[in-house]
Design a protein around this ligand. Structure first.
Ligand SMILES: Nc1ncnc2c1ncn2[C@@H]1O[C@H](COP(=O)(O)OP(=O)(O)O)[C@@H](O)[C@H]1O
Ligand SMILES: Cc1ncc(COP(=O)(O)O)c(N)n1
Length: 318
């Protein structure tokens, strides 16, 4: 795929390796390839990992992270990039300093903290660096529910809290916050739409003071290893192609739904298996800020804007 200026579209992931191939740079490169962009990777850590969990972690030195960034930038160039597992505050500092130096545009930050099986992928001491150094550089940040709680320092128990968390994270500097609702909330949430039993996976997007909602069916599957990596790489691939932030998020949402659905009956590993990165890339869709969108049967439909910032109506009852 080429940009309007005629060059091949280039996307970069700055993330950890998942030996099992379902998350990390493997998920990122597979997704970028599927979206037709040229994928590159700067490795921050190696994990010995499979669908059962993380068996070992080996952090790359900050100096070698920097060397990889220099190599990619000095020769090839980058149209959009994402960060995933960054392991520790020294690596975050190195990456953030570099992104400032090169004035990187189209930066997607997936603030990876813990693997689905519970293993920590980011040192606790690094959360403050994530807030102070990386988030101000982000075009889009994509926390899941537990990550949003850690970033905000308060628990998210209600739909009011979800909105408050978006505003709180936006105040840290990113242009757009996507609070992903795929994660089963650690405790019951009092809103229809973010509860795990309502059959929907709703992502809340906060940009320029406006909330936009992207929902899809919630696939009944435990093959969700790498959903966050895949989702943020899809956003990055679309941004690299020059699509708007909301168009990019809509495409990523439709793609991750297809990827989870496509792998529901896969037999890769004994634990939380990966998603299907060969899922079809959806048609481009241009959303309007402030609305509620539902992706169903390969089509987007919209509802009127939820009143008073509350997520009140149930779009599953069409
Ligand atoms: N079972 C599911 N069915 C459909 N979409 C899902 C499912 N699980 C996660 N998603 C979607 O996958 C994306 C990643 O979300 P999430 O799983 O919360 O991230 P993470 O991997 O960081 O925990 C979000 O768009 C979310 O709504
Ligand atoms: C190397 C690496 N990076 C990220 C994740 C998070 O995966 P998920 O997308 O499921 O949150 C992971 N398990 N391993």
């Amino acid at each position: 795929m080429r940009t309007a200026r005629g060059h091949v579209v280039r996307a970069l992931t700055i993330a950890g390796s998942d030996s099992g191939g379902g998350a990390g740079i493997q998920a990122d490169l597979k997704t970028m390839h599927q979206f037709g962009v040229y994928g590159m990777s700067v490795l921050t850590a190696l994990t010995a990992q499979n669908t059962m969990g993380v068996q070992g972690i080996f952090d790359v030195s900050p100096e070698f992270v920097r060397q990889q960034l220099d190599s990619v930038w000095s020769d090839i160039g980058v149209d959009a990039l994402k960060t995933g597992m960054l392991a520790n505050s020294k690596i975050i500092g190195t990456v953030a300093a570099f992104l400032r130096e090169v004035r990187a545009a189209n930066v997607v930050v997936d603030p990876v903290m813990v693997a689905k099986g519970g293993s920590p992928l980011l040192a606790e001491e690094a959360v403050q660096s994530m807030r102070d150094e990386l988030l101000p550089l982000a075009t889009v940040v994509t926390p899941n529910l537990p990550e949003a709680e850690v970033l905000c320092g308060f628990e998210i128990r209600s739909s009011h809290d979800l909105h408050r968390a978006c505003e709180h994270i936006a105040a840290m500097g990113p242009q757009t916050v996507v609070l992903k609702g795929g994660h089963t909330p650690p405790r019951s949430i009092d809103s229809d739409l973010s509860s795990p039993d309502n059959g929907l996976a709703v992502d809340l997007v906060y940009s320029g003071g406006t909330f936009t909602y992207f929902a899809s069916g919630r696939v009944k599957s435990d093959k969700t290893h790498g959903t966050g990596c895949t989702f943020s790489s899809a956003i990055t691939s679309m941004l690299a192609q020059g699509q708007s932030v909301l168009e990019s998020i809509a495409s990523a949402k439709a793609f991750i739904f297809a990827a989870v659905a496509g792998a529901a009956d896969w037999d890769i590993g004994e634990g939380h298996g990966p998603t299907d990165h060969t899922a079809a890339v959806p048609d481009k869709f241009t959303p309007e800020a402030g609305r509620f969108y539902l992706y169903r049967a390969g089509e987007w439909s919209t509802r009127s804007r939820p009143l008073d910032g509350s997520i009140g109506n149930r779009p599953s009852d069409k």
